[in-house]
Design a protein around this ligand. Structure first.
Ligand code: HEM
Length: 358
């Protein structure tokens, strides 16, 4: 196997029109944010608006990691408090009858080291989805998809349920003949799986101290593995995922491994294109820490309010040693600030970072 490639700023290729794309992204998100805020009388995230569970636990950094893995947050063994939010990706709060990809964001508390520009507080956030790749090669391509989505953000839920049901059938038919179906998933064609059994991926790369890496969170405790691929029946419950997670988490002490894949070859593991999966044959995913979420009430009202309204998760909240890399990640900094800024203003509710000033 090739040795890991050392990080240098020139692994990123900055495009000329990035600022214009960000401005258009923010304008398009405003359509979604304003529509939903008017409908609900309350501002929600421009994407991943619906939470299905909010959890508290801890991240234990492994002892004795080899030098190439003992980087940034993972340079020092230790235990950190964690807050986690499970979501699905649309910017409106839809019935769980519409089956969609899952998101998992975690905030790792009390992290030491130089901060990213503008990163308040002392946390390191990881923002992940249950697919190894992102849907768009660049922020500009994502903008194209988003413009379509923005037009469907309203209460036409019946049509969305119907579309999702059709796409799900189509998805499994295409899957049987081996055709890539991830593009359909975002439109409501994903399998309606239990989020606790899923593996989550950063999809985009990050600086990993002296190196470059992608992250994943893999369920390893038997109770979680047993839920892997298990479908949630949402036929008579619009919040069936929340109900399921709440029931599961009454008894499950869940553990996930946090793994990293190091970039070893920029052609095979590109930094600027998150639609390319980094093959585990070329660069294995190696464990660096263990996430533990013990059994608890996953819909505890105060914590739901705290994570939904008083917090945001952003890949740009963290250490300089884990700088988000690539076009898509660069665009996320101002856009996440824009969405959470809107929520903050509309709800009259400041967003707090642990040990931050707000
Ligand atoms: C150009 C690309 C992207 C844009 C414009 C974008 C935009 C956003 C925005 C506006 C939010 C809500 C922020 C807030 O109000 O707090 C958000 C949240 C989120 N995004 Fe992205 N995103 C992008 C790429 C990605 C990628 C690559 C992933 C996959 C890992 C991802 C996963 C998530 C998740 C899981 C959340 C919810 C976090 C939470 O629970 O608070 N996004 N995104």
């Amino acid at each position: 196997m090739q040795p890991p490639l050392r990080y240098s700023p020139n692994v990123e290729v900055i495009e000329e029109n990035e600022k214009e794309v960000v401005d258009e992204l923010c304008d398009t998100f405003d359509t979604i944010l304003e529509t939903t805020a008017k409908d609900y009388g309350h501002a929600v995230r421009a994407v991943h608006a619906k939470a299905h569970g909010v959890l508290e636990g801890q991240l234990t950094i492994d002892d004795n990691l080899p030098p190439e893995l003992a980087q940034g947050l993972f340079a020092k063994p230790g235990v950190h408090k964690v807050l986690a939010r499970i979501s699905t990706n649309p910017g409106d709060i839809l019935s769980d009858k519409i089956s969609l990809p899952r998101g998992l964001a975690i905030k790792v508390h009390d992290v030491e080291g130089e901060r990213l520009p503008g990163a308040e507080g002392t946390a390191q956030d990881f923002v992940m989805v249950n697919s190894p790749v992102f849907m768009a090669t660049s922020a500009k391509k994502f903008l194209g998809n988003l413009k379509l989505l923005a037009q469907t953000t309203d209460r036409m839920e019946g049509a969305k349920v119907a579309l999702s049901t059709v796409l799900r059938g189509l998805n499994s038919a295409l899957g049987k003949v081996g055709i890539e179906t991830s593009a359909l998933d975002g439109l409501g064609g994903a399998r309606n799986v239990d989020p606790l059994g899923e593996t989550y991926y950063s999809t985009t790369p990050f600086r990993y101290g002296d190196y470059i890496a992608k992250f994943s969170l893999v369920p390893v405790s038997p109770e979680l593995i047993a839920l892997s691929g298990d479908e949630v029946d949402a036929s008579d419950d619009d919040d069936a995922i929340r109900t399921r997670v709440r029931k599961d988490m009454q008894t499950i002490d869940g553990t996930w491994e946090l793994r990293v894949q190091l970039c070893r070859d920029l052609d095979k593991q590109p930094v600027e294109d998150p639609t390319v999966e980094w093959s585990e044959e070329d660069t294995p995913a190696q464990r660096v820490a263990v996430l533990t979420l013990p059994h608890q009430d996953s819909w505890e009202e105060d914590r739901v309010k705290q994570l939904n309204d008083e917090m945001r998760f952003s890949v740009w909240t963290g250490l300089a040693a884990h700088q988000p890399l690539g076009n898509v990640n660069r665009a996320r900094k101002p856009v996440y600030e824009h969405s959470s800024g809107f929520r903050q203003r509309f709800n009259g509710c400041p967003i707090h970072e642990p040990n931050g000033t707000a």
